[in-house]
Structures are given as C-alpha cells and as structure tokens.
Design a binder for this molecule. Structure first.
Ligand SMILES: [Zn+2]
Length: 234
C-alpha cells in the first residue's frame, strides 16, 4: 500500500475508535438520569402508600370519635328512661335508642373494615419502602460503576486524541484536507476498504478499471459514487 494511503487508513481507524468511545461517553449521563428517574418514582410510590395509610387512620379516628358520641347519647337516653312518666314519651325514647344502636353497629362494622384496610396499607408501605431502599442502595453502586466507567473512557479518549494529533501530522496537507472534508460530509467515514468489488462505504460496485487500478496499488483512488478514499484490503 502507498505510504500516504496507509497513513490515512491509520487515521481513519483512530477516528472510528474515537467516535465509538464518544458515543459510549455520551450514553453514560443518560443512563444515570434513567436510574435517577426510577429511584424518584419509587420514592413517590412509597410516599403515596404512606399518605394513603395516614388518610385511612384519620378516617378510623374520626369514626371512633363518632362511635364514642353515639355511645354517650345512647347512655343518656337509657338513663332518661327511668325518669319518663308517659308511655308515649317512653316509646319515643326507646325508638331513639334503637336508632342509636343501629348507628353504633354500623360504625363498628365500618371501623372493623378500616382496620383491614389499615393492615393492607401498612403492608404496602413496608413493600414500597423496602423497594425504595433496595433501589437507593443499588443506585449508589450502579452510579459509582458508571462514573468509574466514564472516567476510564475519558482517559482512553484522551490518549487516542493525542495519538490522533500525532497521526494527523504525518498526513500531507492536501490529503489531510480531502480526508477532513469527506469525513465531515460522510458521517465520519472517509476511507473505506473494497470488498467483493464494491465500495464498503456506499456498497456500489466499482468500475472494472477502478477495481484493477486499486489492486495494482499505485494510485490514490476515490469511489465515484460517494467520493470516499478507497483501499485494497488484501
Ligand atoms: Zn462509495
């Protein structure tokens, strides 16, 4: 292979590796943000479970206060029964007592039902809390791993960029300009091998003449379709 072609092939390999590492580097902050998002929704679920429990407990306390009041009312009526003189009034108070008994019984059922709901809500608080704490713990570990990975990749990238600076200085200025122009307009790929008679950049078949000239290896050739610099990978 011609010396100048060999130099741009090396430069292209470095640029492909740099682009690959840059994509890896860019992925990491997004992955960390995704983990943060998961942790935040787990925290919200835990808070909501605690709020639901608090709301049911508040309702239970309010029903218990109602029950105390109704019980006291019933007691007062029952005491009054002894002081009543007429049958008519007696019957009326008995009817009130019956009504109060019914209300008590209904409240007692409701309170029992709320105790079941409280037990269930407490279970949800425990589950969501455990899930959040587990996620919080693994989040710390996962974030550290990703941050370490980021540092390692950035270190590797720094070394490759240094290597690239040295490699660029080896390519003669005219060819360097052509390379840079194609690299920018062709998605980071300026130099491609030929395989089965086709350019591996655009997959269009070369003319037999270009193909033969390339095999001889003494000309610097470009793909007629995509303009990328071609080389023969023997
Ligand atoms: Zn091509």
């Amino acid at each position: 292979m011609r010396e100048d072609l060999a130099q741009v092939v090396d430069l292209q390999n470095l640029d492909l590796e740099i682009a690959r590492l840059q994509r890896e580097v860019e992925k990491i902050p997004r992955e960390i943000a995704e983990l943060e998002q998961q942790l935040a929704s787990s925290r919200v679920a835990w808070e909501q479970a605690r709020e639901r429990l608090a709301a049911i407990e508040q309702l239970r306390r309010s029903k218990e206060r109602d029950l105390e009041e109704v019980t006291a009312e019933q007691g007062k009526r029952q005491t009054r029964l002894f002081e009543i003189k007429t049958n008519q009034e007696y019957a009326a108070v008995l009817k009130e007592i019956e009504g109060l008994k019914e209300r008590r019984s209904k409240l007692e059922d409701e309170i029992l039902e709320l105790f079941d709901q409280i037990e269930e809500a407490q279970g949800a608080v425990r589950n969501e809390g455990a899930l959040f704490q587990e996620r919080e713990k693994t989040f710390g570990e996962q974030r550290t791993t990703k941050e370490d990975e980021l540092k390692r990749l950035q270190g590797e990238l720094g070394l490759l960029e240094e290597k690239r600076r040295r490699q660029v200085s080896r390519v003669e200025p005219g060819l360097r300009q052509t390379y840079t122009r194609i690299l920018r307009s062709r998605g980071g790929v300026a130099v491609v091998p030929v395989k089965d008679g086709s350019c591996l950049g655009c997959h269009v078949a070369l003319t037999p003449q270009t193909y033969n000239e390339l095999r001889m290896g003494d000309l610097l050739l470009s793909c007629a379709n995509c303009q990328r610099i071609l080389y023969w990978k023997g």
